[in-house]
Design a protein around this ligand. Structure first.
Ligand code: AMP
Length: 242
């Protein structure tokens, strides 16, 4: 990024139902500002794939579409946030998912920055992506992911050029294990009951921005970028064009 690589962007949180486009938008924010996407779902799936102790505990819970216990997720998140690539900021995608997790994150940041002049900058800026229920269903049932580069396609809405294969690297696309009809219903239910109240938690801080995610992905990105830049006054960053 031209010039200001030392500029701090801070904590960005993406809130939204499964299928709202958090992963897609997180990748775009990451590319624009040069900060990492931290997806607790991806971290958990990686543990399941590698057969770690944590993966063994989380796997069956994830397969049912339920939330895994907080303690398991806290360990993953605090470890990930300590890595050097988070020094200027990060995008949390899929965390926090309950008001308790939001409180835990506040306590973690408070502890880390309590006597620092950077404290304000690191207080989370929260982007909530809202999408209608029927659109979410269409997106989740059609979702295909590239296991190599992580690009997300949709057989109904955004198909790859060659059916079943990634445009970028030719890998065979996969369906996520929890994108089956019953598990989708359970994940949407978990969102309604457990995650929706997280917005209320942040609304009180005045740092919640809501975007209509039913629109084309580029329009949604543009709105998110301008909200982040308005908020963090990073317009002097010399960021790349959308
Ligand atoms: P995602 O990729 O964000 O849709 O997450 C996939 C699954 O991982 C969820 O259905 C949960 O089982 C689990 N998961 C991801 N993030 C969290 C979290 N913050 N708290 C609890 N469970 C989570």
């Amino acid at each position: 990024m031209a010039g200001e690589t030392s500029r701090i962007i801070g904590s960005i949180i993406l809130l939204g139902a499964p299928g709202a486009g958090k992963g897609t938008q997180a990748k775009r924010i990451s590319a624009r500002y040069g900060i990492p996407q931290i997806s607790t779902g991806d971290l958990l799936r990686e543990n399941v794939r590698q057969g770690t102790e944590l993966g063994k505990m989380a796997g069956s819970i994830m397969a049912r579409g339920e939330l895994v216990p907080d303690d398991l997720v806290y360990g993953l998140v605090s470890e990930r946030l300590r890595l050097a690539d988070c020094q200027r900021g990060y995008i949390l995608d899929g965390f926090p998912r309950t008001p308790a997790q939001a409180g835990w994150l506040d306590a973690l940041l408070e502890d880390k920055f309590f006597d620092s002049s950077e404290r304000e900058v690191w207080r989370p800026f929260v982007v909530r992506i809202e999408v209608d229920y029927n659109e979410l269903l269409l997106r989740l049932t059609g979702r295909r992911t590239c296991p190599t580069c992580g690009t997300i396609y949709n057989v109904h809405l955004q198909p790859p050029r060659k059916n079943g294969f990634c445009d970028k690297d030719g890998s065979q696309l996969v369906v996520r294990a929890d994108d089956s009809d019953e598990v989708i219903a359970e994940r949407l239910n978990a969102y309604d009951v457990q995650t929706r109240p997280v917005a209320g938690y942040y609304e009180r801080t005045g740092r919640l921005f809501t975007v209509d995610g039913n629109r084309p992905v580029d329009e949604v990105s543009r709105e998110i970028f301008s909200a982040i830049e308005r908020h963090a006054r990073v317009d002097a960053l010399g960021v790349k064009d959308a």
